[in-house]
Design a protein around this ligand. Sequence first.
Ligand code: GDP
Ligand code: IMO
Ligand code: MG
Length: 430
Amino acid sequence: MANVAVVGAQWGDEGKGKIVDWLSSRADVVVRFQGGHNAGHTLVINGVEYKLSLLPSGVVRASKLSVIGNGVVFDPWAFLREVEAIRAKGVTVTPENLIVAENVALILPIHSAVDKAREEARGASKIGTTGRGIGPAYEDKVARRAIRLCDLTDEAALADKVEQLLFHHNAVLRGLGSPEVTAAELLEPLKEIAPKILPFAGVVWKTLDEMRRAGKRILFEGAQGAMLDVDHGTYPYVTSSNTVAGNAATGSGMGPRAVGYVLGICKAYTTRVGSGPFPTEDLTEVGELIGQRGREFGTVTGRKRRCGWFDAVLVRQAIKTGGIDGIALTKLDVLDGLDAIKVCIGYRLDGKEIDHLPANAAEQARVEPIYETFEGWGESTQGARTWAELPAQAVKYVRHIEELIQAPVALLSTSPERDDTILMHDPFAD
Ligand code: GDP
Ligand code: IMO
Ligand code: MG
């Protein structure tokens, strides 16, 4: 039995949370390995909606272990708020069923302040970040000055680390003519929160190794999507981590062979939040209609998501760069009733046809999609739970997408509700 990694194959919000929640009935542990509370994963279980940002989507099943791996950037205040919110919905969350890697890097208040200030300074060329401090926290981690969860156990050493961190940040703030931050401003809230979060700290790599050796099944939950990957995405309009499944191993303290089957999630169309190139964006009333039907508003920031057609070139690229074995195709129901459905099958760049998205940002902004128009279906797919319930034309659309992206569709999703899911191939069975 393989372990499974679930990753986004577009620009995020593909429905990873729903699919992870559905698959978690077959798993023993669910692990977040990158990103932070920039993610917004929505689950709907018997009509009740759960919105998760930092907690793994397996957390609603109290008998499963939830793990926040070392590759995540961890905001302790956001964490506690989310734990309280989910407990208020009747979900049991304790250090018994939720552990956080002791070597996780922390997001501090200074990081979200820097994130927002920088976006403001970029003006029209802003990235459109979630403002959660994700980028600045990863920068501090790579620069070897981050405060990590394990640092909260020793107050004297923590004070030294805060001094070093501020040595850098205050130099930048001085340069910008902004007020500096004192050590006490950072230290006091950290000392206050330490006893509340340290009970959740654990040696994640060891726990996962033990579980693996005991034959337990591990489900890795990606955040964001392949086109937001810091290497393979539409740089610089990306997030600050590797979102591809290769990072599931590094970000949880396991080797590459631990990952197993890679399930890419994509919508039957495309959305994007924030700035950056989006070749198949549809700015007409059809794009607007898709957005309304798909309720395309961000979970984290409430921003309206940009909408457009399925881009087979991008998804195929995500499959190759991310080692995706199969796809979960979500939100098929949103296309119900459309007369014509467009699918991008290639690009034209400066008059020449190309079969991939180039790395250069200016070229990415210039590519024009080559569309194929597909006949729609009048019947409803909403809530379908078996392949036999789908209209013939919808089946054709799914089969055609499989050919274009060169990967099989393993799961289909037909509504936000957990059980409105069609299994075609069990990823854990590989
Ligand atoms: P994630 O970030 O990849 O977990 O995706 P989000 O949760 O941010 O966004 C996906 C949205 O679509 C959520 O509101 C889900 O409840 C909803 N959703 C998921 N699958 C389906 C589906 O098959 N059909 C419809 N109509 N909505 C879906
Ligand atoms: P989930 O896990 C969609 C986008 C932001 C911005 C860029 C950088 O719900 O799919 P950041 O705050 O990470 O520095 O922002 O990445 N972004 C997302 N877009 N879904 C997400 O997560 C996202 N997380 C970040 O909008 O364009
Ligand atoms: Mg989301």
